[in-house]
Write a protein that binds this ligand. Structure first.
Ligand code: PMP
Length: 349
């Protein structure tokens, strides 16, 4: 740490992203990326937009918002566009957490980092023993609630009617529902934004639309909440989304069939992989996401992670006590899932 670093960040523990290896080529099942390339329409649109990089991107993101509005049936003033959904989550911690924040003990690690970064007081609420959320834990609270749905790293889905209980219990308290993985089989809270002014739904192009490297996120909420997010955006970086990414986003939205087909393939590969893992004595949590969270009956998570890495397969392991025996495994192609189960068979022999 340099002598110049602000005192307020002294204790900050940054988020640790999954490895992005540059040398040896791995079967990469550690960061929940898509095994499929982006839509050719997204690639072509980005290449076209590259010809005009001398210009700033449109800070209002009019064309992309128009397309999102058509696809999701939401007015443009209820849509926010950002540099990956991480950005809107950070903005939500900056903008909406005067009463503090609450989130599950096992959830997306960035929530805690954003809380620390922004000096937000937070509490972690333990998930139930089956890793589900008990809505009652969130109904008597005033803090802004952050719920990933499906949750990460568990993949477990909380039904919309349960989320509605939390929303309706205290309409002066904001609930942020992080739907990064919603396209892989969950039911979205999006229809509820008309009914609840205390709901912010965040989404991403990183997973189902195969655009993690482009950094494109978006959010849906009442126009008043969106206006607040715009205030924060225009006070930090009005050009947060670059022109190539915005164009690629429109291209991807125009190719909805491609996304839908890929999501169905992932759901089928997920079922296949879960079944194979169960045959190998893993307990696999029910996942509606593009990853599985699984624990072996006898061999620990760290050992399996290291042994798989030796064999050229990267999965994600977290050291936190409650989940240290689990592996989070991205659902890839059928071949990748076969390679994973073959490698595990050898390791467990
Ligand atoms: N929410 C959750 C639950 C995630 O797992 C991720 C991906 N790491 C994100 C949000 C952020 O995704 P992105 O910034 O790529 O949109």
């Amino acid at each position: 740490m340099s002598g110049f670093f602000s005192q307020k960040y002294k204790e900050l523990v940054p988020y640790v992203p999954g490895e992005q290896p540059q040398g040896r080529s791995y079967i990469k099942l550690n960061t929940n990326e898509s095994p499929f390339p982006p839509s050719p329409r997204a690639v072509a649109a980005a290449a076209e937009a590259a010809k005009k990089l001398q210009l700033y991107s449109d800070p209002e993101m009019r064309l992309l918002k128009k397309k999102l509005s058509e696809v999701y049936g939401v007015p443009e003033n209820a849509i926010f566009v950002c540099n990956g959904s991480d950005e809107v989550l950070n903005f939500a911690f900056m903008a909406f957490c005067d009463q503090g924040a609450v989130f599950p003990d096992v959830t997306y690690g960035f929530y805690e980092v954003f809380a620390q970064l922004n000096g937000v007081k937070y509490r972690k609420i333990p998930l139930k023993s089956d890793f589900t959320v008990d809505p009652a834990d969130y109904t008597g609270t005033n803090e802004t609630a952050f719920l990933a749905n499906p949750n990460a790293p568990t993949g477990v889905f909380l039904p919309v009617k349960e989320i509605e209980k939390i929303l309706s219990s205290n309409e002066r308290r904001l609930v942020v529902v992080d739907e990064a993985y919603i396209d892989f089989g969950g039911e979205s809270c999006l229809p509820l934004i008309k009914k609840y002014c205390n709901l912010l739904v965040t989404r991403t192009f990183s997973k189902s639309r195969s655009m993690a490297g482009a950094r494109l996120g978006y959010a849906f909420a009442s126009p008043a909440l969106i206006a607040d997010l715009e205030t924060v955006k225009y006070s930090t970086n009005p050009y947060n989304v670059n022109a190539m990414t915005a164009a690629a986003g429109i291209g991807a939205l125009e190719d909805g069939d491609y996304t839908e087909k890929n999501c169905l393939t992932i759901a089928s590969n997920r079922a296949f992989a879960a079944e194979e893992l169960e045959k190998l004595s893993f307990t696999v949590l029910p996942s509606r996401a593009n990853f599985l969270f699984a624990r072996h009956a006898t061999v620990g998570g760290e050992e399996l992670y290291l042994r798989l890495k030796e064999k050229g397969i990267l999965v994600r392991h977290f050291g936190a006590e409650r989940i240290k025996d689990f592996l989070r495994i991205t659902v890839g192609s059928k071949e990748e899932m076969r390679a994973l189960t073959e490698a595990l068979k050898e390791i467990l022999k």
